[in-house]
Ligand binder design. Structure first.
Ligand code: PLP
Length: 349
């Protein structure tokens, strides 16, 4: 086999959910965010594992993801849609029992005209200026919305990964001002918010990245291992170059392994000449630019040629690799390409 092998540890995902759940009190429901195919790890196996672990409420970005999730989970678990009720979503929402988080007066009108009496939630903007109704908008329609009986009201923190940020407190205050006394369950925390002050936990949390082993949950168990097969090896004389642009040159006799995976597989080109792969616990530096299907690695210091090298493992987290590319673990995970052979380990039990 010449494609990379991506091993996803379902037990680690279950353990991460339990650990995040344990950080909040027993009265706080810990939901799960599984948008973007469970951050690239496969919504079916991941969501079934989480449902077996105790998750009753799942969040996805768009209704189409909700449909795939309903297919994977069957009836029962609640499926909430961050982008709300878009034109064309009505049948999916009604037939599959999805719950849109309404983001605007337009979405409210669409929901109440097409599906009066159907469950819905509300998303409020408290300063991120991305999704949700703003304070003035909400004040204008709040009474109408309340008469229709929202299940849940949410907002989202822009800076929850930075406990020092003033934004957290400001957004929390705005959210409370917009919702105090309404008697509807509230949620403002994703992974980052769980790790802030317990006041941010409110009635429900909805972590994503922490389940999948990413920061800011620094106590997360490692979830992914990505092993890339070595296609061939060769010896270079001092002065010889490697890869496109001849951007890496040997300054001593060097052994290079050519490894099967490239930027088409989510090995971001930005890590060219600036990352390591691992043979067991031994780092091996990337030499030269990342190509579409291949990368080249300096293995001079290894005894013998390895059959494969790991780019994600307990020795290199998604955030370690993200640092090399100047990005975040979220982007590393959601870039993992379709060519990998995905294997699930553990049962989530
Ligand atoms: C993606 C997302 C989450 C989950 O965030 P993490 O940082 O991955 O825990 C929660 N709420 C909203 C609105 C989101 O868009």
């Amino acid at each position: 086999m010449s494609t990379g092998r991506l091993t996803i540890d379902l037990d680690a995902i279950a353990a991460n959910w339990r650990a995040l759940d344990a950080l909040t009190s027993a009265t706080v429901e810990t939901a799960a965010t599984v948008k973007a195919d469970a951050y690239g790890l496969g919504i079916g196996p991941v969501a079934r594992t989480l449902a077996n672990t105790g998750v009753r409420t799942f969040f996805v970005a768009v209704a189409e993801e909700g449909a795939a999730l309903r297919d994977a989970l069957g009836p029962g678990p609640e499926i909430l849609i961050y982008s709300g009720h878009m034109a064309g979503d009505t049948d999916m929402i009604a037939d599959l029992g999805l719950v849109p988080m309404l983001n605007s007066i337009e979405q409210m009108t669409r929901q109440f005209e097409a599906l009066p009496g159907a469950p819905f939630g509300i998303q409020l903007d408290t300063g991120m200026n991305r999704l949700g109704m703003e304070p003035a908008e909400w004040a204008a329609v709040r009474d109408i919305a309340m008469r229709m009986g929202p299940r849940l009201i949410i907002s989202h923190l822009a800076c929850a990964d930075d406990p020092e940020s003033q934004m957290n407190r400001q957004q929390f205050r705005t959210f409370r001002e917009m919702t105090e006394g309404l008697g509807v369950p509230r949620s403002i925390s994703a992974t980052g918010g769980i790790l802030l002050d317990p006041r941010f936990h409110m009635k429900m949390t909805r972590p994503g990245i922490g389940l999948y082993g990413g920061l800011p949950f620094d106590k997360a168990a490692s979830v992914v291992r990505l092993s890339l097969p070595v296609v061939q090896t060769r010896d270079l004389e001092p002065g010889e170059a490697v890869g496109y642009g001849a951007s890496w040159r040997a300054d001593a006799p060097t052994r290079i392994a050519t490894v099967s995976a490239g930027y088409a597989d989510g090995i971001l080109r930005a890590i060219s000449n600036n990352a390591v792969l691992f043979h067991r616990d031994t780092p091996c530096p990337l030499a030269g630019r990342v190509s579409m299907d291949l990368i080249t690695v300096d293995i001079t210091h290894l005894e013998g040629d390895p059959k494969s090298l790991d780019i994600l493992s307990p020795f290199q987290s998604v955030d370690d690799l993200a640092d090399c590319a100047g990005t975040i673990g979220y982007e590393i995970l959601t870039s993992l390409g379709p060519r990998y052979h995905r294997r699930y380990s553990g049962t989530g039990e």
